[in-house]
Ligand binder design. Structure first.
Ligand SMILES: [Zn+2]
Length: 222
């Protein structure tokens, strides 16, 4: 077991790699974890000594194979906990991230495996994020998935995933019915600011989604 701090670093680097693709800058890690640059640098040296990251000064950092597996293990626990809370304890999807941030460090691999089996080996959490298997493999759906912002008017799509867990945003999405599984048809994409006007199946009124929001809503075209 790694310390909570080490787990949070590995997880942050994993998410930043996913977001930015490739090497992660020290500054991005400092921003994500709200920690000073010198502290991040000294932690990266220690992670590198433990062979969890590959770190070159001024070039940034990537996870080593063992670092990646350790990060995926934390991500796995986080997402299983979120789904467990939503499906068994009536939490809503905007309430679970905060709980999972703490519990992900507390539960054993065995408890995670039992939750996974109790939930019948789910592939995605309530936000549509893929749940890594115990060996670190990720379910693939990502091949056809793309941000809502890349669709043209007239197309139809199913919402798969929301790339932000801000509770206020999630409650807003719940209110307008834009939750994973929702089917939408694009009425219009405004050329000057990228606002998307769309119909959500089951609602009478069209909805508009800002450019920024449409970038973090991941859909599969139908
Ligand atoms: Zn979460």
């Amino acid at each position: 077991m790694h310390t909570i701090s080490v787990e949070n670093y590995l997880k942050a680097i994993y998410h930043l790699e996913q977001r930015d693709g490739g090497r992660v800058k020290t500054k991005s890690i400092a921003g994500a974890l709200d920690i000073s640059l010198p502290s991040v640098t000294s932690m990266l040296k220690s992670l590198s000594a433990d062979d969890l990251v590959v770190y070159e000064r001024y070039k940034g950092v990537t996870l080593s194979e063992s670092g990646r597996l350790a990060a995926l293990k934390v991500v796995r626990k986080h997402r299983l906990i979120e789904l467990f809370l939503v499906s068994t304890l009536d939490y809503s999807w905007d309430e679970v991230h905060h709980e999972a941030e703490r519990l992900e460090h507390a539960i054993s691999d065995d408890l995670a495996a039992r939750i996974e089996s109790f939930l019948d080996f789910p592939q995605f959490d309530p936000h549509g994020d893929p749940i890594p298997a115990a060996d670190g493999t990720l379910p693939s759906r990502e091949a056809h998935a793309l941000p809502l912002s890349s669709l043209a008017s007239g197309s139809m799509a199913c919402l798969e995933r929301v790339l932000d867990q801000d509770p206020e945003l999630l409650r807003h999405l719940t209110r307008i019915g834009l939750v994973p599984g929702a089917r939408v048809s694009i009425l219009e994409v405004l050329p000057f600011d990228g606002q998307v006007n769309l119909n959500i199946e089951g609602s009478d009124e069209p909805t508009s989604v800002s450019r920024a929001l449409s970038n973090i809503l991941i859909v599969t075209p139908l």
